[in-house]
Design a binder for this molecule. Structure first.
Ligand code: MSP
Length: 525
């Protein structure tokens, strides 16, 4: 059996339509999965929905629907969006599915039996109209953060998970696995804010609402959020069920991608739940930043939400995926601006990549009637320099991809594109043509094609359509596209019979900046 790779996204709350923030997490996971496949891994990706809880129940009611009707609708919408965005997930788990609920029930009972979960009293600030508890810090001016009405101190019977019991083991685990939390500054935050002051036990049930999984041995309690939500990652693999071959094959997860707001739950509670279940811990939790707008967070009330469908429908899938992956730096927040989106489109995609492909095809048509010349090694002075540069860049890109720093990886791929464009200026093929330096001219053409082929493979996991377009327009769609084929420059063109297409179509058409910036602004909601 080959090497395996299991990657997960958070399961999203079905509170409404997904914005580009949610799309980013999912595109990131999808790209990493596809890259791992390119590198010969048997890769498996899980995504899904976190369908229980008070908020979901409230949204459903305010839309005049039952919670189940509501979540069914959002699940369909989500699947449609992921199809539009070419997300190749292997499983889509919904926490209302019996395969999930039945296992959560069992896990909870096991925790009670082991003494990990005990019954106590939950005390907090309760907002009656919202039927929700808040902690002191969540209150705004001492009032409910959702509706602004007064809150009162209330107590209710609830179950708690004994986190303290596992604290020492968790610290040992962090020490033995220094790369578990990425990027590393998040680890420092977790340590300083939660571990140092001492872990608090976690309240894991509620009695104030009923849209959730009931505690089997005490059904007036509903399992509240994290035991339900986090265990999706193993339940989807068939944990505790007869069909658990996926669990055996893929667990522990190699990479769990989460937003910075939920790193705490994944870096503290999740490992502790797994310890309590005697299961191995995931290899890495990667926390990405937020996509922000100039005026702060995206929110419907501000009318500044960018929906991925709008970008994909207007500018294409690859431009959208490219923007998200390129603009969100490893673990940091990113700022979405229509200006930047249009600039990236015009400069990176249209000028740099699009023109390189177009010019190359144009020249091969003009100078060699479309036939791609054979590779004859180093002919021009600068051939070697280009080859060396590309070889070096391939290992840099691999390193960045292996670190899951896709923004950097794309930046490094774009350096190859710029370098290849520069190679055209250096070799001046139009002069070689005039001078009838045919061998030199041939070498330039095959170097351009080969560079584009390598670029086509490097961008494949992020931008499959563009990658395919490069291969098709160069007339090499049937050529070997395996990752390993990029290490030996020119090898596939020893006695080539390949012909580029006669009339290349631009992969990206230049955008009118002013018009498109307006368009995006007008379509934020
Ligand atoms: N249901 C929980 C996760 C449970 S995982 C066992 C949840 N759902 S959520 O829908 O509120 O958020 C899902 C993910 O989207 C989180 O990782 C969150 O960080 C991410 N994002 C929400 N807004 C975002 C941006 N503006 N930008 C990037 N990601 C953002 O939390």
């Amino acid at each position: 059996m080959g090497k395996k790779f299991y990657v997960t996204t958070p399961i999203y709350y079905p509170s409404g339509k997904f914005h580009i923030g949610t799309a980013y997490t999912t595109v990131l996971a999808d790209t990493i999965k596809k890259y791992k496949q390119q590198r010969g891994y048997d890769a498996y990706m899980l995504t899904g929905l976190d369908e229980h809880g008070q908020k979901v129940q409230d949204v459903a009611i305010s839309n005049g629907k039952t919670p189940q009707e509501h979540v069914d609708e959002i699940a369909n919408q989500a699947k449609k969006l992921w199809e539009l965005m070419d997300i190749e997930y292997d499983d889509f788990i919904r926490t209302t599915e019996p395969r999930h609920c039945s296992v959560v029930e069992k896990i909870f009972e096991r925790f009670i039996k082991q003494g990990d979960i005990y019954k106590g009293e939950y005390e907090g600030w309760y907002c009656k109209p919202c039927e929700t508890y808040f902690t002191q810090t969540q209150l705004i001016d001492g009032k409910c953060p959702d509706c602004g009405r007064p809150v009162e101190k209330m107590k209710e019977e609830a179950y708690f998970f004994n986190m303290k019991k596992y604290e020492k083991r968790l610290i040992e685990f962090y020490n033995e696995n220094p790369d578990f939390i990425q990027p590393s500054h998040r680890k420092t935050e977790i340590f300083n804010n939660f571990i140092k002051p001492g872990l608090e036990d976690l309240c894991v049930t509620r009695t104030s609402f009923d849209w959730g999984i009931k505690v089997k041995s005490d059904p007036k309690h509903v399992i509240y959020v994290w035991v339900d939500a986090l265990t999706n990652y193993i339940n989807a693999l068939g944990y505790m069920s007869k069909d658990d071959y996926l669990m055996k094959k893929y667990w522990p997860a190699d990479l769990q991608i989460v937003g910075k707001d939920i790193i705490r739950f994944h870096a503290i509670y999740w490992p502790i739940f797994l310890m309590a279940l005697d299961l191995p811990l995931p290899k890495k939790i990667y926390a990405h930043g937020f996509i922000m707008m100039k005026d702060g967070k995206m929110s419907k009330s501000k009318g500044n939400v960018v929906y991925p469908e709008m970008l994909v429908e207007k500018y294409g899938l690859d431009a959208t995926r490219y923007y998200l992956l390129r603009e969100c730096n490893f673990g940091q927040d990113a700022l979405f601006t229509p200006e930047e989106f249009v600039d990236r489109y015009n400069y990176d995609l249209c000028n740099d990549l699009g023109n390189l492909l177009n010019r190359t095809i144009g020249m091969i048509n003009k100078y060699f009637k479309g036939k791609i010349p054979e590779y004859n090694g180093i002919v021009n002075d600068v051939d070697e320099e280009l080859e060396k540069y590309i070889r070096k860049q391939i290992s840099v890109v691999e390193e960045q991809m292996d670190n899951y720093d896709l923004s950097k990886a794309l930046e490094e791929i774009w350096k190859i594109i710029s370098r290849t464009n520069k190679y055209i200026d250096q070799t001046e093929p139009w002069i070689l043509f005039k001078e009838e330096s045919t061998e030199k001219l041939k070498s330039v053409m095959i170097h351009l094609v080969e560079s584009l082929r390598i670029i086509g493979i490097l961008i494949r996991s992020a931008m499959k359509n563009t990658s395919n377009e490069i291969f098709t327009q160069l007339g090499i769609e049937n050529i070997n596209k395996e990752w390993d084929s990029i290490y030996e420059f020119g090898k596939l063109f020893n006695n080539s019979e390949f012909k580029v297409i006669e009339k290349p179509t631009p992969v990206f058409n230049r955008l009118d900046s002013k018009e498109e910036i307006e368009y995006i602004k007008n379509n934020m909601k």
